[in-house]
Design a protein around this ligand. Structure first.
Ligand SMILES: Cc1cc2nc3c(=O)[nH]c(=O)nc-3n(C[C@H](O)[C@H](O)[C@H](O)COP(=O)(O)OP(=O)(O)OC[C@H]3O[C@@H](n4cnc5c(N)ncnc54)[C@H](O)[C@@H]3O)c2cc1C
Length: 294
């Protein structure tokens, strides 16, 4: 690995100044280091300066607002902290469970939610669940701040809309309409601690007659980015959730998925699994909603 100088700013302003001073060609941010150090070990990234965010304590932690209806998560919060946070569990149990699916406890104690999003590997677990819940992110630079929906954050494999000089400074979870149910299903045919072959995050709200009021679906491992399946959502909204309707809607995911061949399966296999696991996620939430109505 190329030698580098480590900077450890104590605050966000100092981190932003360092980033501006040295530029993104020369300097790279690090949070938990679980992804970055692998890329540096492989020589794929060779910064001469590494700017650590670890002492920027204002970027760490889960804040519940509006009586817990809204969450603001700092990017330095580890996967394990999100997984175990009572505020997260109270907001949406499936969100905490999703972070419990990331790798192993060792990785979860080190890797951060901000590093996960900024790394932008499309097979990672948190992005689809956060997209299905309508999360937004704040990006901060010396020029100011911008806030955007997470489903507009990812551009391509390991690529986001972040501009040079920007730091991801917050993840926002909006209020969930009453009766919203959520699930995250991760298909792991190899080992328990692997990345997903495909995974599906879903939220569903059903009215008193069993019709779908709203649905949001997003998948990991199914394309170059975490993928929002809007066609499936549109095919469910307003409909009675029969098994046939769910199967027909889930089949529409085949129009949008474009998974790569890799060690976790061929593209054709992952396409089929995307349909199967989408159908399972919606049926699971439909059955929970029906059970609660009886
Ligand atoms: C063995 C192993 C198994 C894994 N398995 C899974 C899995 O099953 N599911 C899963 O979802 N993930 C998995 N991961 C990925 C893991 O979740 C990520 O590595 C981790 O979340 C990245 O966070 P980090 O803090 O370590 O980021 P770092 O490695 O420090 O940084 C990653 C990238 O994000 C940038 N960055 C970090 N913080 C910010 C910020 N606030 N603003 C802007 N840019 C920032 C860095 O510059 C770097 O480019 C696995 C990783 C390993 C090593």
């Amino acid at each position: 690995m190329r030698p580098f100088q480590l900077h450890q700013p104590e605050g966000l302003d100092e981190a932003l100044s360092l980033l501006e001073q040295y530029g993104t060609d020369d300097a790279h941010l690090i949070a938990g280091g679980t992804s970055l150090m692998l890329l540096m070990n492989l020589g794929l990234i060779e910064p001469s300066r590494v700017i650590s965010l670890r002492r920027v304590s204002a970027l760490r932690g889960v804040a519940a607002k509006n009586g817990g209806a809204v969450l603001e998560i700092g990017p330095l919060t580890t996967h394990r902290q999100v997984e175990l946070s009572p505020a997260v569990r109270a907001y949406c149990g499936a969100l905490g469970e999703t972070f419990g699916h990331v790798a192993t406890v060792r990785i979860r104690n080190q890797g951060t939610i901000g590093g996960n999003l900024a790394h932008a590997d499309p097979a990672q677990d948190p992005p689809p669940m956060l997209i299905a819940l309508g999360a937004e992110v704040t990006l901060t630079s010396r020029k100011g701040q911008r806030r955007l929906p997470l489903d507009q954050f990812f551009v391509d494999y390991l690529t986001t809309v972040m501009e040079p000089g920007e730091i991801l400074t917050a993840i926002h979870l909006p209020p969930l309409p009453s009766g919203t149910r959520a699930a995250y299903l991760k298909f792991l045919p190899r080992t328990h601690d692997d990345y997903a072959t495909v995974s599906v995050a879903a939220t569903l709200r059903v009215d008193g007659d069993g019709r779908c009021e709203d649905a949001r679906l997003a998948l990991a491992g199914a394309a170059g980015v975490p993928l929002r399946a809007r066609a499936v959502e549109d095919a469910l909204r307003g409909e009675a959730l029969t098994d046939q309707r769910i199967a027909d809607a889930a089949a529409l995911v085949l129009d949008v998925v474009d998974p790569p061949d890799d060690a976790r399966g061929s593209s054709a296999y992952k396409r089929r699994m995307a349909r199967v696991w989408t159908e399972r996620a919606v049926r699971q939430l439909r059955d929970q909603a029906n059970g609660a109505r009886q």
